[in-house]
Design a binder for this molecule. Structure first.
Ligand code: HEC
Ligand code: HEC
Length: 380
């Protein structure tokens, strides 16, 4: 059902687009593309809370998670922290084709942004919660090379960490076993990571101007990006997967045709000897804080079959211009070469316009992020 108001807004906006198409015959934009363009907003979206993580949204846990995010004593050599790869001045990526800490990984570092909008994590979608994805690097021998005992020890002896843990989880870490402390650390990390988001972009201004029938604001959007938006939702077919306000359907698709891609490694969430699809740390396991969540509750639980092998979760395209290189294996250096990856036949001019459009998805901060506002902790 289209509400009366929605319909009026839609009609007014259709008029703007029709007028635009008429005045710029090469725009490639027409009224039929209006709804698909509007479907990429509004922004920012209000993220859902994560019921599997009881400290999601807790100010104390966010602050504890922030500390742990920068804590290098968690790693086997004492030098690796989350910031090693998720760097503040590189949009929480590292600029490398494939990540590297204690050893080289097969995957490109994912930017940490707008993650509560996803429902599975990692390129291969092998983690079914944000806290599981935050736990994974601690175990990986190529990343932290840690285990539950190390993580729990650091929290128990760390200056101010035991206090922050207690404020977050209502008990001192000395009273919890190592496994519990480690999972709780992952939940605090996830509470922190969930606060990292991207802001409004030139595209969002354009999209909202369309809904308001604000011609001046529509005209302020660069013509190339305007055409690119139309190709993106139209002939390019991009919105079939890069859908919705976060430009991701969150679903798994065949990986991009290899450009020297390694592909196979780390498929199905295999990390070292751990297969995460059958891990004790997924939502089927004992650490899920949401007792109501069962395998049958719609959309809540995902399971990973053997077919997860060659599949990749559609990445979000927000701030994509500042997170090169691209694809799960970092095999693509530029947005230009990343654009025609899904088999759409596009002319050079169309690709150029889509690249201009992708550039309009960058917020004001761009590559240089800032830490979120944190609660003032009563801890030393
Ligand atoms: C060695 C570099 C490295 C370190 C250190 C690292 N990460 Fe990552 N991170 C990655 C890579 C690579 C991926 C993609 C993983 C994959 O799909 O195989 C990733 C993915 C993620 C994701 C999933 C993002 C998404 O879009 O689904 C989260 C959450 C995350 N990391 C959090 C953390 C936290 C929290 C820490 C610290 C405990 C951390 N990472 C440490 C490289 C790193
Ligand atoms: C069938 C689903 C699908 C379609 C259609 C699609 N994409 Fe993608 N896109 C993906 C997947 C999956 C990846 C990750 C591929 C990989 O890592 O191997 C991706 C990766 C990308 C990346 C790299 C992002 C990053 O952070 O590494 C860009 C840019 C991109 N797509 C843009 C586009 C554009 C532009 C179009 C339309 C011309 C398009 N995509 C069509 C699913 C799709």
């Amino acid at each position: 059902m289209v509400s009366g108001r929605g319909l009026r807004v839609g009609l007014a906006a259709a008029l703007v687009l029709t007028t635009l198409a008429a005045s710029h015959p090469t725009d490639g934009a027409d009224a039929a593309l209006l709804q698909p363009i509007l479907a990429h907003g509004p922004w920012p979206m209000t993220a859902r809370a994560d019921p599997s993580n009881r400290v999601d949204g807790s100010a104390a846990a966010v602050e504890f998670g922030y500390r742990m995010f920068r804590e290098s004593r968690l790693s086997a050599n004492g030098y690796v922290s989350c910031v090693t790869c998720h760097q503040l001045d590189r949009a929480f990526t590292d600029g490398n084709a494939r990540a590297q800490a204690l050893a080289a990984l097969d995957h490109n570092t994912l930017a940490l942004a707008n993650l509560p909008l996803q429902r599975r994590y990692g390129w291969d979608g092998a983690s079914d919660s944000l806290w599981m994805a935050s736990l994974r690097p601690l175990f990986d021998p190529r990343e932290f090379g840690a285990d539950a005992a190390r993580v729990a020890h650091v929290v128990r002896i760390g200056d101010g960490l035991a206090c922050r843990y207690q404020h977050s989880f209502a008990a001192p870490p000395a009273t919890h076993d190592d496994q519990t402390v480690m999972v709780n650390v992952a939940k605090a990390l996830a509470a922190f990571v969930a606060t990292l988001g991207t802001g409004r972009t030139p595209f969002d201004e354009y999209r909202d101007a369309l809904t308001r029938n604000d011609r001046d604001a529509v005209a302020a959007f660069a013509p190339a990006a305007r055409r690119g938006a139309a190709y993106f939702v139209g002939v390019g077919g991009c919105a079939a997967c890069h859908s919705g306000p976060n430009f991701s359907d969150g679903a798994l698709h065949p990986q991009a045709p290899a450009q020297g891609a390694s592909g196979a490694a780390a498929a199905d969430g295999a990390v070292g000897s751990l297969r995460w699809s059958s891990s004790a740390y997924n939502l089927h396991g004992p650490y899920n804080d949401n007792p109501a969540q069962t395998a049958s509750s719609e959309g809540a639980l995902v399971s990973f079959g053997t077919d997860a092998g060659a599949l990749v979760r559609t990445p979000s395209l927000r701030n994509v211009a500042v997170t090169a290189p691209y694809m799960h294996d970092g095999s693509v250096a530029t947005l230009r070469s990343a654009t025609p990856h899904a088999g759409a036949e596009l002319t050079t001019a169309q690709v150029n316009d889509i690249v201009a459009f992708l550039g309009s998805l960058t917020d004001r901060q761009g590559a240089v992020r800032s830490w979120p506002q944190l609660a003032v902790s009563p801890c030393p």
